[in-house]
Design a binder for this molecule. Structure first.
Ligand SMILES: *Cc1c(COP(=O)(O)O)cnc(C)c1O
Length: 384
């Protein structure tokens, strides 16, 4: 990249009229952190099956075998040890947090809070009257805290990738901990490596690395998590059926959901899992994100107007990159020009309130497109 001095470049071009040269533009302009890019092959597969699959009963074999494909495919993708099971239900991750306050947290949870999403589960636990107030360990945005073994705690709530700040963390059981480890992997699952022996419940929704739509939750559960669900369901704790993980467990074992799921979402998800498994599994899918992240952060570090927001390179997410801009360059204007040119959803997370862009690098997103995005941003800043 040729260095240039953006401060001297004061031509009065209106941002909306800037037309990025076609040869610089990414081939696919979707960089949103969720819902995120869906590969055209997934759509084609859905269209191909539409006449026999869409609009058919979720209690019959056509749809149930698709749910079975999803459950088996996830077991392979994450090389789940014996006894681990894949649960699913409607309502997305936010619903799963509430379900967890009924059927995963026995008495008290410990939460690592380091951004919008991780703090939301902590709030849900704090508000739930059936359990004690949680222990919350926070750190500055752009970093992550560490879990600490505590005998009063029966569930450790970790977040694989904090989507609001672009911080990822290694999933490890806290040393000496007796409780179960539950991981919000909504944006990390499929794009980051994980050792299943380090978690008891790894839950996510399919609109991020799995390139499907929202509204569903999936949870990879260890025998300890299943035991927890069964014992809390057998206790006298009142639980609404929608948040009842024992009902979800029983339905999942039959390749069903408690109530009607979105069939297109399940189909798109199954295609994505198959694509990942057919190409080498989690090594393949996480490798694509890793390559994209290398491109993005290398560009930002070399740039004279951009810099990675997360200062510790080990914490910089491979799936969601956050890039701060120099005061002289308004990231919102850059995002606006990108959008006007068909490159969408690079806007920063609203509540973070920084002069920054946020770029999804989920496995479906081609690394060459991330390189093209960097080139396009250079061009915009040079022409503003
Ligand atoms: C997107 C996201 C959520 C919210 O998921 P929903 O399915 O919209 O409820 C929760 N946690 C993380 C880490 C996320 O990235």
């Amino acid at each position: 990249m040729a260095p240039f001095d953006f401060r001297k470049n004061k031509s009065m071009t209106s941002p909306d009229s800037l037309k990025i040269p076609a040869e610089l533009l990414p081939r696919d302009g979707r960089f949103g952190s969720g819902p995120s890019k869906i590969r055209p092959e997934q759509i084609d597969a859905l269209v191909g099956d539409s006449a026999t699959y869409l609009g058919t009963s979720h209690r019959q074999s056509t749809v149930r075998s698709k749910v079975g494909e999803v459950r088996d495919g996830l077991s392979s993708l994450f090389t789940l040890p014996d006894g681990y099971e894949v649960l699913l239900g409607n309502g997305g991750t936010t619903c799963f947090w509430d379900a967890a306050t009924f059927h995963l947290i026995e008495s008290q949870s410990q939460h690592l809070s380091f951004g919008e999403f991780s703090s939301k589960f902590a709030s849900a636990a704090k508000e739930a009257p059936q359990i004690k107030d949680p222990v919350i360990i926070s750190s500055e945005v752009g970093t992550h805290p560490y879990a600490v073994a505590d005998d009063a705690v029966d569930l450790y709530a970790l977040t694989h990738n904090e989507t609001s700040t672009g911080v990822m963390m290694t999933i490890e059981r806290p040393v000496g901990a007796k409780g179960i480890v539950a991981v919000d992997a909504t944006s990390g699952a499929g794009g980051l490596l994980v050792d299943p022996r380090q978690f008891d419940c790894y839950y996510f929704a399919p609109q991020k690395s799995f390139s499907s739509d929202g509204g569903l939750w999936l949870a990879l559960c260890s025998p300890a998590a299943i035991e927890r669900i069964e014992s809390l369901a057998a206790s006298d704790r009142w639980t609404p059926a929608f948040f009842d993980l024992k009902i979800a467990l029983d339905n999942s074992r039959l390749n069903q959901t408690y109530n009607t799921p979105a069939l297109a979402t399940i189909h798109l998800l199954a295609s994505q899992i198959k694509w990942m498994n057919d190409n080498g599994g989690l090594e393949f899918s996480s490798g694509r994100s890793r390559t994209s992240a290398e491109i993005l952060y290398t560009w930002a570090e070399a740039s004279d107007f951009a810099t990675p927001f997360v200062s510790n390179p080990a914490d910089r997410s491979n799936v969601v990159g956050t890039i701060d801009f120099h005061d002289d360059v308004d990231a919102n204007v850059v995002a606006k020009v990108l959008r006007a040119n068909g490159v969408v959803d690079t806007d920063p997370y609203r509540k973070l309130g920084r002069n920054q862009l946020r770029v999804a690098m989920f496995p479906s997103i081609d690394s060459e497109d991330v390189a093209s995005l960097c080139a396009s941003i250079n061009w915009i800043v040079g022409n503003l």
